[in-house]
Design a protein around this ligand. Sequence first.
Ligand SMILES: Cc1ncc(COP(=O)(O)O)c(C=O)c1O
Length: 472
Amino acid sequence: MNNDDFRKWGHVAADWAADYRATLGERPVRAPLHPGRVLDALPSTAPERGEAMEAIVADFENLIIPGMTHWQHPRFFAYFPANAPAPSVIAEQYANAIAAQCMLWQTSPAATELETRMMEWLRDALGLSKGFTGVINDSASSATFSAVLMMRERATSGTGNSKGLAGQKTLRVYASREVHSSIDKAIWMAGIGIDNLVRIPVAGKTRAMDAAALDAAITADLAAGHLPCGIIACVGGTSVGGTDNIEAVVAVARKHNLFVYVDAAWAGSAMICEEYRHFWQGIDGVDALVFNPHKWLGTQFDCAVLFVKEPSHLAQTLAIRPDYLKTQGADGIVNYSELSTVLGRRFRALKIWFLLRSYGIAALRDVIRNHVAWAEKLAAMLSKAPDMRIVTNPMLSLFSFRHEPASVADLDAHNLALVKAINDDGRIYLTQSSLEGRTIIRFQCGSFDMREADVDVAYQAITEVAAKLNAS
Ligand SMILES: Cc1ncc(COP(=O)(O)O)c(C=O)c1O
């Protein structure tokens, strides 16, 4: 493709994007479930000779788009969002054009220094103390893996990396069952072993770890000769928004000299609003935390931020400096790959910069406050609807409910069938979860294009489909 054609097809893609976004609300949110349909329509081998862009773009429209679930849809109420408002998308287009690999300062000086400044902007916007240093990761899963490696190396005085874990005392990490499955994976990958992720029971409406039980579990492990290495708390757990009492967790950690990591992948964005910061009261006492600007804040996927108190400890855990990665003739530089589990890094700071400058923090606060208010509105409406029960009250913009008609014997199966029927209806998209062994339906709102009227559509869709299912 020559540069003239590059320009032409770039314009075609930009026009397509604007049309797509303008008409998104008219499409069903979730792709129809036809496993194998797209795969079957694709040739089984790559073409030997290049094809015309016209044909490729036509296939994209006709084959790929009908098989997509639309994450930017205003009535995407299923998983936590992956918002991509226009300024982020445009920033990504620029980043794509430059196509830089931002592993070292010298491979991308401006990207590195922009990342440093954006981490400061975000830290201050969330109300975190200046003692935190940030680094952009692709996902919360990667950030969590870094944090678990940090706690492992701190507990083993760096010998996990040098000698491995064989022959060491058994490492132990503590978390409730409200944490995301990425915590389990990080424990696997760090070689700690899932049996050594000690599950602490939760108490109260926020489903916070019971601090006395946490203390007792650590004390028992010490007595058994194990090596406790860290506590993983969550603020806004994925299933129903479970939120630990950070102050209480930090107090237990201090007593036993343990590392504390907080997963606020989703809820962290809401901390740009001062009135929600009580959810992570005590956060300045933790060693590290993650939040995903790519979820609720609007920096296009992917963009997760790991904040740490001791970047030098993160570097001791992850930095590796072969000669070919050294920079000659520049002092006082940061190489962000030395604070990451991976070497290669995309230019992700650009979309944070475009987003924050284009919206301003005040407008982003309004977006989040609206989502919280609209989730509360829908929960209040559903609480009065026939046979509907709110199971967990809104935690920010997430709540859960069940449909419980007296005529139905198996309510778990009924609610699973209801989620499927609602999603097949196409007006909205929800997911199920479980709480204490019972099926629940999750509702969260967070799409940047959502408006209050979309809550009314959600109410109609849920109650109409439930009534129809009940009658069938
Ligand atoms: C609370 C929480 N933590 C971690 C994750 C994992 O996020 P990522 O996809 O960025 O790895 C999720 C995903 O939704 C989440 O909800």
